[in-house]
Ligand binder design. Sequence first.
Ligand code: ADP
Length: 484
Amino acid sequence: MINLKDPTLFRTENYINGKWVGGSGRHIEVLNPANGTLLAKTVDGNADDACDAVEAAATAFKTWSKVPAKERATYLRRWCELILENADDLGMLMTAEQGKPLAEAIGEVNYGAGFIEFYAEECKRVMGDIIPTVANDRRLQVYKQPVGVVGCITPWNFPNAMITRKAAPAMAAGCTVVIKPDAGTPLSALALCELAERAGIPAGVINVVVGSDAQAIGEVLTQHKKISKFTFTGSTAVGKILMAQCASTVKKVSLELGGNAPFIVFDDADIEEAVTHCVSTKFRNCGQTCVCTNRIFVHEAVAAEFTAKLQHSIAALKVADGFEEGAEIGPLINTQALEKMDALMADALDKGAKVLLGGARHKLGQSFFQPTLLNNISDSMRLANEEIFGPIAAVQTFTTEGEVVEKANATEYGLAAYFFTRDIGRVMRVSEDLEYGIVCSNSGVFSTEVAPFGGWKQSGIGSEGGKEGIADFYETKFHSLGGV
Ligand code: ADP
């Protein structure tokens, strides 16, 4: 059991139309990835539950969309405050169901709340236009109006922030939402609803349907006529299916998909800094984020020094249950993820990779994998092309700027990229030439609610965060007013 200060945050039913709904009697077992223990049996919602939630959201939209932005902001601010007040409990729920270290989980809760705070402010500043008229008897006005009911599907790696990043701008804009969280991490999502209810957010404005049949619920959220916009965070493969499903009703679509982030270290880089940020971007959430460093390119002149220091830092990482004091690397999400690490390792070793550290399952068992460092990486290896999504760091070398930029861009993904150099001209050139939605120079720290986060190429459509992150929740209406 999870020892919460406020045990009433532990919810196991769907939240539909402001009510906790039990469903058909089927259950999902939520397991702790660190030790496999049963945390909860939640309801196993289905397509009918999703339809009920859409109907509730459609009804609520009629009134919520008319609530003045300033008043909607008050509800959101209260929700944000309650989340911050309960950050420890929300962090505990997350560590239990997702595995990330508690400090990281609480960090995510604070990050997630930031989106609510930001969009509570931002929705007051979404402006229309008055266009100089083309005829004296007419006036030309442009309104921004909320798009309608929004369907959201979110992943397990950020069980809190991936929800607030979608729901907060949607609700701030006057939309209502139906959310399907990952069936492995529903407790964080349901606790957010409990706090939304306490904040007085009206029934039907936020709905969560937990279910193991992702496909059936996904079909409702991508094809229901009363949903106007669909927003998804997850794998590129599933994103493509859902985007195609949205075509039948021409829904507006936002997608945050996979990444294959390059981390480039030039020969004039501050090596200590590069190592520190390489470790944090590679191993955050046990390597399970779409912006995690995936391919490490180091200039040949500094490769030996960089790799030795990286090895030293990785060796010092504390692998432990996320609840243990000082834990830095928790378990992978499940045994399939562990099997993927085994397969990536086997492929890399077969093709000549050299293991400098780790390389195998961890003695803690369950789904723990050793933080791993490899070099001698070649282009044909799976881990040089696929999203690793685990704690394996693989170092390649390069000679020229042109060569490394070309290699970095040689992927269908375009989410985040990192590079280290103290040459200001190169900072400008490389930041412009990398085909990525997020480019970080001389730091791996970038996540913030005030700036747009989004992928180029097959990493996605649209942005979350910043002024861009609310724009897609509005329709543009041109009012041509005649007879003046
Ligand atoms: P990951 O590989 O990170 O688990 P997925 O894309 O498989 O990413 O999952 C992200 C979210 O998409 C989860 O909530 C999952 O339940 C959901 N999902 C997976 N497959 C489908 C599908 N066919 N239709 C709708 N949702 C899906």
